[in-house]
Design a protein around this ligand. Structure first.
Ligand code: MN3
Length: 211
């Protein structure tokens, strides 16, 4: 077995209570140490059946899903997706964040959505309207030789743990709207969860990803 190469669940880049009061510590702990860990474990179990795949980054596997062997395809799509999506989700949030983006990502948002307020409204609406479990995303649509000038931004949603990477899109910001992301604190009030989530968005991280 090539377990040496297994994908690792990283600790959060902040403490479980760092996003209080907007996202509570209990939700963060369960989300990371149970849900995210399960995605990671099942993803590793599947890839271990074709250990040569461990030479690739998880993102590369999702980017080229068509090349994944049939016997592990579904698990890689679902649990590999869950593993990678949550890695990005944690990165896009932080303590004492929120506010307005700056730099090139702000310029691109204004260029592609008209204003930051319009972008925020559209993104929130997409997240709210995603039926059932899934994600809202801010993605770069043209990954073929992107330059600062042509890196066009787009808002999309995906179901379950589907990754935008599998459609050739590069995510720079994401919001988990599975009930496990908010149910303890917000129950059925997804709209309130989404509104409060803007207070923890780490725009510096988004800027880095956009670049
Ligand atoms: Mn989740």
């Amino acid at each position: 077995m090539y377990y040496y190469y297994m994908y690792e669940l990283q600790p959060l880049p902040y403490s479980y209570d760092a996003l209080e009061p907007w996202i509570d510590a209990k939700t963060m702990e369960t989300h990371h140490s149970k849900h995210h860990k399960t995605y990671c474990d099942k993803f590793n179990e599947a890839v271990a059946k074709h250990p040569e795949l461990f030479e690739k980054k998880p993102e590369e596997l999702l980017f080229d899903l068509a090349s994944i062997p049939e016997d592990i395809y579904e698990v890689v799509k679902n649990h590999g997706g869950g593993f990678v999506n949550h890695n990005l989700f944690w990165k896009c949030m932080g303590k004492n964040k929120g506010g307005l983006p700056t730099g090139s990502v702000l310029d691109a948002i204004v260029r592609d959505f008209g204003s930051f307020e319009l972008f925020k409204e559209n993104f929130s609406k997409s997240a709210l309207q995603q039926f059932g479990s899934g994600w809202a995303w801010l993605v770069i649509t043209n990954n073929q030789q992107p330059t600062t000038e042509n890196k066009k931004l787009h808002i999309i949603t995906t179901s379950n743990q589907d990754s935008p990477l599998s459609n050739g899109l590069i995510p720079v910001l994401c919001l988990d709207v599975w009930e496990h992301a908010y149910y303890l604190k917000y129950q059925n009030r997804r709209v309130e969860y989404i509104e409060n989530w803007w207070n923890v968005v780490n725009w510096d991280a988004v800027e880095e990803l956009y670049k």
